[in-house]
Design a binder for this molecule. Sequence first.
Ligand code: HEM
Ligand code: HEM
Length: 406
Amino acid sequence: MKASNTARAYGWVARFFHWTVAVLILAAIAVGLYADNLPEGGESQLQAIFAAYSLHKTVGMAALALVALRILWTLTQPKPRPLHPGRRLETLGAELVHWALWIGMIVMPLSGWLLHSAAPGGFARILWPFGQRLPFVPEDLALSERFAAFHEFGWWLLAGLIALHVIGALKHAIIDRDGTMNRMAGDPGRAPEPPAARPGVLPHVLAAMAALAIWVGVAFIPAGSSDMQEPAAAASVPASTPATVPEAGWAVEQGTLEIEVTQAGSAVAGQFGQWQADIVYDPESRTGRVAVSVDIASLTLGAVSDAAKGPDFLNAAAHPVATFEAEILPPPAEDQPHVAHGRLTIAGQTIETDLPFALTVQDDVAQAQGRMRVDRRDFGIGAGYADEGTVGFGVEIGFALSAKQQ
Ligand code: HEM
Ligand code: HEM
């Protein structure tokens, strides 16, 4: 069989690329769905989730590499002519689906790699010796969720296109019995000679543009509309922030509350979408007090959000709210941060702790940000994970907010 395409059939190189990429993409979808549906909970279950996602990512990257080579090869090749140029609508439909498949073969693995690169920590490694991250892609949870929304909706589109494509191929094989299959599979010698007439350029351009428009449509689906991603508006503080703010009170206008844990050796970052803070602060004496309550169920933590909120860890069902009640102490020296000293209660256990934070006040707006590290064992969290192999002991808690004086 010839390596190159002819007007009648695809050569063996194009066939090799078509079928290997087809198998890898179908495998990526199957493993992705399998990984997404694995039960969360115990240590071995978490490890199974990591392993499945690592396999998924690796299969997807292999598909991307082959697609890149396939594109280079295709650019050098003639395209077998349409068999039924007279059936205008059918030819245009097939063309549209082919273009949309080409785009999908690129943007699906690419969006996966982008979401992996932007995810702080990245929770399951790509199994290859090359780097994990794409250059110029910042670690940014909101950005990662943006790509994740595309990835999660994109696969539905890609799967739908593959279904249409396969139905079309079967129609040619079973109803038309016109030898189309022999152009890509089977004996190229038995592929019929297509009519000499070539369709104009316009249908090609129209099909390509329509295919592009469909994928661009997916890119506009907002992050947060997927079931996998909690609203990216983790920064939004609930509207239920108390209406009656005490004297010298500060109302939080915007803020994020993040945690970072270490899972299987790599950092995984997450956010609480719902929390509220009652703040009293006097800029003169630089003292005050703060009471924070956090809705544990609003935590998003990559693919292990449910496990983190489950009985082995934060146990949101039994302990739905975590609190921090503290005195705000002035900075000990000018170049040092303020400290909130108080009681932190998580999963029903209370410890006394210090949260250092930087504070700037301009007019009636304050910007504050701080971080502290706690040990999950102090709260009896993850007691079944006695070593740090699966989940590290240390947990970083960080916040950033702006508040307006009332
Ligand atoms: C699994 C069942 C599949 C069957 C039976 C099948 C069959 C075919 C056939 C017969 C052709 C040639 C059409 C022609 O000559 O007019 C073709 C082309 C094509 N197939 Fe598939 N295919 C399958 C899966 C896939 C998958 C999973 C993808 C990608 C995700 C894919 C992407 C393409 C593309 C892009 C072309 C056009 C190639 C070009 O533009 O040169 N196919 N397929
Ligand atoms: C051929 C390419 C690919 C296809 C068709 C594909 C498809 C899928 C599917 C079907 C899911 C499950 C969606 C769901 O849970 O509803 C998924 C999830 C995921 N994929 Fe892919 N994928 C591809 C490549 C990649 C690559 C190359 C990476 C990373 C390097 C990747 C990273 C991920 C991640 C991290 C998730 C979980 C998303 C999350 O939890 O936020 N994928 N993918």
